[in-house]
Every structure is written in structure tokens, then in C-alpha cells.
Write a new protein. Structure first.
Length: 621
């Protein structure tokens, strides 16, 4: 298959918008929504020659709503009803009132919320309202958008929202500074026992010796998670004279350097720090990452601050570490269960300072998130695309049905590529090469690019990526995604022949995935409707992208498949696919092995001990 032409473009600072000229014909339009692992489809009837923007409006039921911007009111008879269930800044409320009928009903019981919701077109919440499946069921299709006035959307059942065709939008940036300032307040307050001394004085005591604190200047602070909040905490801590280090496997080193912060390994961060401040998202990887084992590696007398999410700490282990003196003090704004039980040992511990999830609670941040969320909700009710949507993008059904298998391939390639990146390497530049028989102008790759972005970003953050927010989120994370289309001589019936994903300027956990130019490179194809991995670095392979994957590089010699297969078999790990690729006979080869179960550490160790195996990596697809 010869490459005949190529065209490339780089996406920077680009907001997502649909071309107005794209038309769809008379068939049921499909509303595509993504969750972490699934795509759900719902059908809506769209008239001939509707534009995509009309599709959006029809799907969200806002055709009759005013199309004017800013504070122009919607026609009275068609004003949408917007329920605000937690306190929201006045600026946001004013904007909402200029557009719809706003009802502020705080502290609704779950039953009252369900009773009310079928009258509402939009619901605005913070972290206190649980927007459950029952709420979406009770809405009976009336609810079109849920706005989360803040970052975390763990209180909204996204899957249910998606299934019920309800858009969810959030306000991811307006409370960053507030959270960082609260982190610093907890750090300083804890070091000087402010809360404990205050309580003691109010109890009539004067205990000057008991509340001798520790100084911050010259102490080492480890920032765990160098994102928006983490980097702002770092800046402020440096101003206090602290030595700041950070651990974030996905943050670019130059961003850290610009703030004067050194990026280090997890173990180095926790074993050298006097203070450890947590700013990573709660993901399966970070869930209870601070546990008995990690506390035991910390410097005796370490102090911990958490304004991220309670679930990153094993709270029982923290109580043990406080009791045995490993951790001298902790200052916590967030808890696994909120509110925590009144008799929680952690909350009651004398060396623990607590606040009731106040990180975002400043007048300024609440005004900021209120306006940010009001704009997003009003835009969504008008049927506009939102840069902060966390679910429910829409694409024309003919594009969707054609691209559906490639969408899965794209996400899997993204997930796979990011797992090949070595810890400590910040991802800044991703190149996607689409080989296709179609003219470059006749291939809409936005959905594929969004899915590759989703595959790359979601395993390393709590961001939810879809067609709407993919470019926005990548840009926010400092990841530049460029696309190149290569026209190949094959059937133009297939929109794409193959997709290659390259990540530049990073180290790899699996050196064989590197091309001569130093880029991690993998490529895949759709075969019989299923995504297949067809290339790893310079090696050709062919393995279905299902379950999990082990990649091994070995000296090309007989018996290797048998040896590795036996180890997996002995440990009851079922092999689903296997493929061997090599560059030159009897030199180096790689083996790609699809496995149904995740092998335990012992099994992987045994694979690594096979003498001819030079390197291997386990990848979760
Ligand atoms: N207490 C509050 O009121 C409050 C307010 C705002 C944000 N938050 C929470 O703070 C956290 C950070 O928010 P943000 O806006 O800075 O998010 P962000 O996405 O900008 O930053 C998170 C960073 O964590 C990094 N990360 C991912 N996995 C990691 C791992 N295993 N180890 C170390 N780092 C890892 C990511 O690369 C990213 O740089 C989130 O959990 C958010 O929900 C809490
Ligand atoms: O996720 C967030 O934005 C913060 O945790 C703040 O939550 P809140 O809006 O309930 O204060």
C-alpha cells in the first residue's frame, strides 16, 4: 500500500466547533455519549437538511428557546425552569434569571428532589446534592442539563445522565486558587496548631508550652499531583521559603522547572518530605495510595495536607500512622464519606485539623464558578456545544455508524500509548497519523482525535473526555495533538486504513516501542469490525485489542511462545491472542500476548526471569 500524498495540521488553541455546512438527511439522528467504558446511543427524529447545530438543539429540546445571546431574555412562554439546589453566587443567578425561571431550593431531601425534577429543564448543584439514577428516572425526560458548580462530578451519576440523554457540564477552573489557598491555610495552621490552640483558649485554658509549632522555612514540601491546584500551592509555598518538590508522572518537567520545582519519583517525594500535600485526582490508581505501606516509607514526624479527595488516603491507616507517630499531624478538607461520621477517629484525633470540604468556598471562587456554570447551562439549553461538557457529544449518525469501530480502536490506541510512557515523563506532544484511501478533506477525524485524547488523558486524570471537551482538556494539560493524513491505495469504503499514535520526547517503559526518532509509536487497524494492534515501534504484530496485553521483547529463537505460554497457563491466566513480530530473523523479536486475566506480580516476575526475555510490559486495555 503506497502512500501517495500526505497532509498535516496541528491543533493548538482550537475550540471545538462543528462546521455549519455539514448536513444530515432524513433518518433518526443518534445522540452519542461517552462514559469511561461505553458508548450509549439514543434515537431522535431529525428532519431533512437539519444542521448539526439543529441536531443539538432538537436533542436538548431547546428549539423553541431564544437564540439570542447574553442577557437577552427567552420568550416568556418558553422560558426553561432552572432548579438551583445549593447556594450559588449572585452573578450566576442573575445570568440564569435573565434566561429562565430560576428556583433556589436548598437542602431538598432525595425524595423532594425527585418530586420536583420533572418540572425542571436544568439542575445546578455543588458537591452536596446526589444526582442519582432515580433523579434522572424521575425527570421523565424533561431534564436537559445538570450543571456542577465546581470540578468534581462524583456526586452525579454520569452513566445514568448519559443514558437519559442529559448533558452534564462543570466549572473546572474557577476554584483552583481557592483550593490552593485553602491548602496553604491548612499547612500553616497545622504547623502552628492554630485550631487546637483556639479550641483550648475557648475552653478557658492558656497552654503556651503545649502548642509549640514547627517552622515552614527551609522545610521540604512534596506536592503529589502537579496540576492546576498543585502548581499554585507550590508557587505559594516557595514564597514561604519552603523547598518544594513534586511527584506527578504526567506533568511536564519544564512546567515544574518554570515554578522552580523538581519532579521526583513517588518514593523520593514521600521519603524526603517534611510536609506532603495531596493534589491528585481520585482514580483507580490513586485510590488509597496513601496506606500502611506508603506511610511506613515516610519520614518520621511527617505532616500531611489533603484538599484533593478523601479516597486517596486509607483513613484507618492514617489513624494508625498518627497513633504510632509516623505522621505527626494531618490537615484534611476532604473525606472518603462526606460528611464523616460524628465519632470518626480521624476527625476526633487531637493531631488532626479538619474542615468540611471548604477548598472552593471563597466568595470569589463561588462567584467565579457560579458565572462559569451559569454560562455553560444557558449555552447548553440553547443547544450550543460546551467546552466543559463531561458527557453527551453528538455527531451525525452517518459519520457515527461509519466511524464506530474506529472510535474503539482510537481510544484503545490512546490508552495503550500512554501506558508505555515512563513515569516522570510529561506528555506534551502527540502525533496521530491516519492512513486512508480518502481525500484528506473527506475524512472527519474529530471524533477519532477526541477518542485518542480520551484514551491518553483519562487513565492519568479525573477528566472525562468527549468530542466536546477533548481539545480543550488536552490544551489545558499542555498536550499538543497534531494530525497527519496519509492517502494510501486501498478501498475508500473504509474511512481509515490504519491509525498510528506517536508520543514524542518521553521515555518509554518498553524501549522496543520507540522508533529511531525516539518517539513511542503504536499503530492499529480495524479487522472484521474489531480493533487490532498491528505495530509496536518498528515491529509488526497482529493482536486483537481486548482484555489485557503483555508485550515482551526477546532474542528471536525457537520455544519462546511455549515458555511464556506455560508460565501463564501454570498461573491460570488465559491467553486470548498471541502474535510475534521481528525486524531481522534470529535477532530481536517482540511477542504481543492478549490475556483475559491480569497476571499477578509473581507471574510477571517469572516472565521477566526467562533468560531470552530482554524487557516486557503489562498493559491494561
Ligand atoms: N477541596 C476542594 O474543595 C477542591 C477544590 C478543587 C479541586 N479539588 C480536587 O483537587 C484535585 C486536583 O484538582 P486540579 O484542578 O488541580 O486537577 P488537575 O487535573 O489540574 O491536576 C491533577 C494532577 O494530578 C496528576 N496525577 C494523575 N495521577 C497521578 C498520580 N497517580 N500521582 C500523582 N499525580 C497524578 C495529573 O497528572 C494532574 O497533573 C482533584 O481531586 C479535585 O477534585 C478539591
Ligand atoms: O470539586 C470541587 O470543585 C471541589 O471539591 C469543591 O466542591 P464544592 O463545590 O462542593 O465546594
Amino acid at each position: 500500500m503506497a502512500a501517495s500524498t500526505s497532509a498535516s495540521k496541528t491543533l493548538t488553541n482550537q475550540s471545538t466547533s462543528f462546521p455549519p455546512h455539514v448536513k444530515i438527511s432524513n433518518f433518526p439522528a443518534t445522540h452519542i455519549s461517552f462514559s469511561k467504558s461505553s458508548i450509549s446511543l439514543q434515537k431522535f427524529t431529525i428532519s431533512r437538511n437539519s444542521t448539526i447545530s439543529n441536531v443539538l438543539k432538537t436533542v436538548q429540546g431547546s428549539e423553541s428557546v431564544s437564540k439570542t445571546r447574553g442577557s437577552d431574555p427567552a420568550p416568556k412562554s418558553t422560558k426553561p425552569t432552572i432548579l438551583v439546589s445549593e447556594k450559588l453566587g449572585e452573578g450566576g443567578l442573575d445570568l440564569l434569571r435573565s434566561f429562565g425561571n430560576v428556583e433556589c431550593l436548598y437542602n431538598l431531601s432525595p425524595e423532594d428532589l425527585c418530586a420536583k425534577i420533572s418540572e425542571c429543564d436544568a439542575l445546578i448543584v455543588r458537591s452536596g446534592t446526589k444526582v442519582t439514577r432515580q433523579v434522572f428516572e424521575a425527570a421523565k425526560g424533561k431534564l436537559k442539563v445538570v450543571g456542577r458548580a465546581g470540578v468534581g462530578i462524583d456526586n452525579v451519576d454520569l452513566q445514568a445522565a448519559t443514558e437519559f440523554g442529559c448533558l452534564v457540564v462543570n466549572a473546572p477552573t474557577a476554584n483552583t486558587i481557592a483550593a490552593a489557598e485553602h491548602g496553604i491555610a491548612l499547612l500553616a495552621g497545622m504547623a502552628r496548631n492554630v485550631a487546637q490552640a483556639d479550641a483550648s483558649m475557648k475552653a478557658g485554658k492558656w497552654q503556651r508550652n503545649k502548642y509549640v509549632g514547627v517552622s515552614l522555612v527551609g522545610k521540604t514540601l512534596a506536592i503529589m499531583g502537579f496540576g492546576k491546584v498543585g502548581s499554585e500551592v507550590a508557587r505559594r509555598a516557595k514564597g514561604l521559603g519552603m523547598h518544594v518538590i513534586a511527584h506527578d508522572p504526567y506533568a511536564p518537567a519544564d512546567r515544574a522547572r518554570a515554578v522552580g520545582v523538581e519532579l521526583v519519583s513517588f518514593d523520593q517525594a514521600i521519603s524526603t518530605a517534611d510536609f506532603v500535600s495531596l493534589h491528585m485526582p481520585l482514580t483507580p490508581t490513586t485510590n488509597k495510595v496513601f496506606n500502611d505501606q506508603t506511610f511506613s516509607k515516610m519520614k518520621k514526624g511527617v505532616r500531611i495536607i489533603n484538599v484533593a479527595r478523601g479516597g486517596v488516603i486509607d483513613e484507618d491507616a492514617l489513624v494508625r500512622a498518627l497513633d504510632n507517630g509516623t505522621v505527626a499531624q494531618a490537615a484534611l478538607d476532604v473525606f472518603t464519606k462526606e460528611p464523616p461520621s460524628a465519632d470518626s477517629k480521624l476527625v476526633q484525633h487531637e493531631n488532626v485539623t479538619v474542615t468540611p470540604h471548604l477548598g472552593a468556598s471563597t466568595v470569589e471562587a463561588q462567584e467565579g464558578v457560579a458565572v462559569e456554570i451559569a454560562e455553560a447551562v444557558v449555552g447548553a439549553l440553547r443547544g450550543e456545544l460546551s467546552a466543559t461538557a463531561v458527557n453527551a457529544p453528538m455527531v451525525p449518525p452517518e459519520v457515527l455508524s461509519e466511524l464506530a469501530p474506529y472510535v474503539t480502536l482510537a481510544e484503545k490506541l490512546g490508552r495503550l500509548a500512554v501506558q508505555l510512557v515512563a513515569g516522570g515523563s510529561g506528555i506534551q506532544s502527540v502525533k496521530v497519523v491516519y492512513s486512508s484511501a480518502r481525500d484528506p478533506d473527506n475524512l472527519d477525524t474529530r471524533l477519532l482525535r477526541a477518542m485518542i485524547t480520551k484514551g491518553i488523558i483519562e487513565p492519568i486524570s479525573d477528566a472525562h473526555i468527549n468530542l466536546v471537551n477533548a481539545d480543550f482538556t488536552a490544551k489545558q494539560k499542555g498536550i499538543r495533538i497534531s494530525e497527519e493524513r496519509v492517502v494510501v491505495d486501498s478501498s475508500p469504503e473504509n474511512p481509515v486504513e490504519s491509525i498510528q499514535v506517536q508520543i514524542s520526547n518521553v521515555g518509554s517503559k518498553f524501549a522496543s516501542a520507540l522508533l529511531d526518532n525516539g518517539n513511542i509509536s503504536i499503530a492499529g487497524k480495524v479487522k472484521y469490525g474489531k480493533p487490532h494492534l498491528t505495530r509496536v515501534g518498528p515491529f509488526s504484530v497482529d493482536v486483537s485489542l481486548e482484555g489485557n496485553l503483555i508485550l515482551c521483547r526477546q532474542v528471536d529463537q525457537p520455544g519462546m511462545i511455549g515458555q511464556v505460554g506455560n508460565i501463564l497457563g501454570e498461573h491460570n491466566v488465559n491467553v486470548s491472542f498471541m502474535s510475534v513480530g521481528r525486524t531481522v530473523k534470529r535477532t530481536k523479536a517482540i511477542m504481543a500476548i492478549g490475556v483475559d486475566e491480569e497476571p499477578d506480580k509473581d507471574t510477571l516476575k517469572k516472565i521477566g526471569e526467562v533468560p531470552a526475555i530482554e524487557e516486557f510490559v503489562f498493559l491494561d486495555l
